[in-house]
Design a protein around this ligand. Sequence first.
Ligand code: GLY
Length: 416
Amino acid sequence: MCSSRRHFIATGVVGSLSLGLEAQEDKEQDSKRATTRTLAGKRPIIISANNGVNYLDEAFSFLKNGGDTLDAALRVVKGPEDDPKDDSVGLGGLPNEEGVVELDACCMHGPTRRAGSVGGVRNIKNVSQVAKAVMEHTGHVMLVGDGAERFAVAHGFARENLLTEHSRKVWLLWKEYHSTDDWWGPGVSDPHWKPPETAPQGELWQERLRKLQQIATDLGIAPENRAHAIRKVLFPPTGTIHSSALNEKGEISGCTTTSGLAFKLPGRVGDSPIIGAGCYTDQDVGSAGATGSGEENIKVAGAHTIVENMRRGMSPQEAGIDALKRIARNHNHDMNKLRFIDMTYYILRKDGAYAGVSLWEGYMPSPWEDPQPKRHKIAVHDGTKRAEETVPLFKGFSQEFPPFPKAPAEYVNQLK
Ligand code: GLY
């Protein structure tokens, strides 16, 4: 699910940041969301992050016809992994700071209580399936980097360039935009060169947008893609997809796959390949997975915490909200920090009950995009396919960091 690490709010501070209103207690809101159920749900069922919604029909039919639960979940995440337009997963994922795509994934197979994982893999797009191969064809659980790539090739996975033209240009835009202190981007001999910005923060907006537009034009980014590219540069996303599947017999599995935080340090591994953080499945209890800030999720072992909470009797929603509260606790409930963090959990209990929960209701788009807030959603198929809003811990929308002042209308309009 493509959610930015640092979602921007054009309108300044959100009233609801005010702070720490725990939205899960708002019964009126909850009645609009179907993810609060504590009673048993239907089986079979597949859940995923919302970027999996287009792949649920085929995976559900596979599951209903007796297909394995892990293979069903893998069919969902393969869609975004193969899609060059999804820049958060697999082919076309945004690269690290050196322009190299590095992918992470893990999976857990409930019926056989096995797990597999890969981190920092280059040149192989279906890393969720490589994670499954690690599970099935090694005595290990996790392989990383070059070793994981060589293992994948040995198992017949094709090496390919994962950096699409669009992602390469977004990376170059990011590189040149941040290049006042290095040799990337045009130097002093360029006719458009200007000394580094020295104006007060509030006045830098116009100059930043002007500079980004100029570089995007020079790099040949098509006009219709410029606003999207600039958004990714200003607010590097941590897109990811998770899916869990449960069959009629009660067998359950899950997997998570990602290109991780855009423009990360080479070698950075997020939560997605960490068994117990990005994904955790226990055949006795259920399955959970995460999208959002990997660093925050690793510190609360989110997916494992949720499954253990359910084991102790919490509903899927209560279990997920508790994990989110632990993230809030890690920051001493300081809303000036928490408003820049976002996290979504997708939770499926062995009896078919499920929940999608998130730290915030969603995020606000950039001022030059569709002004409607983007709400976090969980995609579900239990015979009926749908996307449902998640239940948030806090009311309101996460913010981008660093918070930019409201942009003047003429500059916003230029980017529309
Ligand atoms: N949640 C994906 C990442 O942080 O890498």
